[in-house]
Design a protein around this ligand. Structure first.
Ligand code: FAD
Length: 472
């Protein structure tokens, strides 16, 4: 085996002076997770500039058995992208690999390097009159390699699918340092196992994604945004079914905002507005888009809302009259997440079949409030995908540390309801360190065993992001 010190020196030579960081102060942003739940340590942060450099680094690590933590924008919420505390792993950050290699507006594809920031990809697609629809709160700093590795969801899954569905091909550096060039821009390719799917959502445990060919779509010409007030969560999902059936593929977002979360945002986050004259227990932020002009989108939305008002499905609503107003409405959606940082919050990112969302919210709310009267459940997010962020804010005046110490107790209640409704305990954020043990209780044993076998087959030395996603 190659000596570790020699291996680290060789890696420094491969990436050159701009490609490594050993200074603890400069390493800081690479070591702390987005919600500050974990802080790791490392000898080296490596910042390669090309696929060949990544391959050379991984080959050296494989020979010396040095574990590697791949890292994108470090916005992940499950502790997958930060190294463990023991300092044995190197961090391999992809940020310097940020070239757009090719855009093909006729094939509706773009081939991009893993370190491209998601928002930059939106701009690049718009320049050729196309849309790359993946959109999430962290889009100004997360990278496409991280999005692929977590199979990110976000606000437009309803219409366009999650990252998995937006990907045609990948380039990957395997755990032995070989490069797999799977950068195909094909919509049809039935030539055996679809290997890219192993790396998408693989959280860096099977290899390092260095580039991807992703799908583009026609750019929307008309967008309508509305915010609606409702009394009951059952009505939210009835409205969803009606809106989806009436508008077809034009419904692009359907986000739930509870009043309790809006109240927190009104207190803590400047620029948040109370959008309707009277408060309502629930709000829906709905967006429709059409790539045609004169599509009649506004008339369709107005008809939908008129009927919903007549039938008392919604109590009130506002349609954005300008893109500025639409931004204000979307600001509410972003502000409710930020506002929850001001109190102790036990978080869940779960999914159930869309038809069971209301059932989930009602049962889980009863379960947690029976256990701790005064607890403030905040069920919000992408309910049109069956994805509920079911966060539990501490009771007013409670001791935050004592409350957060009960995290697992509330996980058990909430995940128990998820199980009853045949849902998933991680809808879009992934598993990482946070849920690595938890998933073993919620997935069939056969599935866990197959995951372990895949991991051992591709990474027998267990150097790719060990201790994340799957325990061996
Ligand atoms: C404010 C906010 C809002 C968010 N909203 C959403 C949302 O709506 N939907 C959603 O799905 N997520 C959301 N997230 C979570 C996060 O942004 C996503 O998980 C995102 O895809 C992570 O990308 P990243 O580049 O930051 O990856 P990182 O955090 O750096 O890494 C995530 C995982 O991927 C691995 N990885 C990173 N790059 C590579 C690579 N090139 N090859 C192999 N493995 C790699 C890492 O090892 C780690 O396991 C949100 C986060 C924040 C802070």
């Amino acid at each position: 085996m190659v000596d570790i010190e020699k291996a680290l020196e060789r890696i420094k030579t491969v990436v050159g002076p701009r490609g490594w960081i050993a200074d603890p102060a400069e390493q800081e942003p690479y070591l702390v997770e987005a919600r500050r739940l974990w802080r790791g340590a490392t000898r080296l942060v490596i910042r390669p500039a090309s696929t060949e450099e990544v391959a050379a680094v991984v080959r050296t690590c494989a020979e010396a058995r040095v574990p590697i933590v791949p890292q994108g924008g470090n916005t992940g919420l499950v502790g997958g992208g930060v190294p463990p505390e023991d300092g044995r792993n190197i961090v391999l950050a992809l940020g310097r690999m940020n070239r757009i290699r090719a855009i093909d507006p006729v094939n509706f594809t773009m081939t991009v390097e893993a370190g491209c920031i998601l928002a930059h990809l939106h701009e690049a697609a718009a320049e050729v009159d196309r849309l790359f629809p993946l959109s999430l709160g962290a889009e100004g700093s997360c990278q496409i390699g991280g999005n692929l590795s977590t199979n990110a969801g976000g606000i437009a899954v309803l219409r366009y699918g999650n990252t998995r569905e937006l990907t045609l091909g990948l380039e990957v550096v395997l755990p032995d340092g070989r490069i797999w060039d799977g950068l195909r821009g094909l919509r049809k390719d039935n030539t055996g196992y679809d290997l890219k799917q192993l790396f998408i959502g693989g959280e860096g445990t099977l290899g390092i994604i260095t580039a991807a060919t992703i799908k583009l779509f026609p750019k929307p010409r008309e967008i309508e945004t509305a915010l609606l007030g409702l009394s009951r969560v059952e009505d939210v999902m009835a409205l969803f079914a009606r809106a989806r059936a009436a508008t077809g593929d034009q419904l692009t977002a359907f986000e739930l905002i509870p009043r309790a979360a809006l109240d927190l945002a009104l207190v803590h986050i400047p620029g948040t507005i109370d959008p309707l004259a009277q408060p309502h227990p629930s709000y829906v932020l709905l967006e429709m888009a059409s790539s045609g002009t004169e599509s009649g989108l506004r008339a369709l939305l107005e008809r939908l809302l008129e009927t919903a008002l007549e039938q008392e499905l919604i109590g009130d609503g506002v349609i954005a009259g300008s893109s500025q107003q639409a931004k204000q409405l979307w600001h509410i959606r972003e502000a409710i997440v930020e506002a929850q940082l001001y109190s102790g919050s036990i978080k869940h990112d779960v999914s159930v079949p869309v038809s069971r969302v209301a059932d989930f919210i009602i049962r889980a709310t009863t379960g947690v409030t029976d256990r701790l009267p005064g607890i403030r459940p905040m069920a919000f997010g992408h309910v049109g995908d069956g994805n509920i962020h079911f966060n539990l804010t501490q009771p007013e005046g409670a001791d935050t540390a004592a409350y957060l110490a009960r995290w697992q107790e509330f996980n058990d209640i909430v995940h128990g309801v998820v199980r009853e409704l045949h849902g998933s305990i991680s809808a879009e954020h992934g598993v990482g360190r946070l849920k690595r043990e938890e998933i073993t209780h919620y997935k069939p044993a056969v599935e866990i065993e197959l995951m372990r076998r895949v991991k051992r087959a591709l990474d027998p030395a267990n150097i790719m992001n060990p201790g994340k996603l799957v325990s061996l």
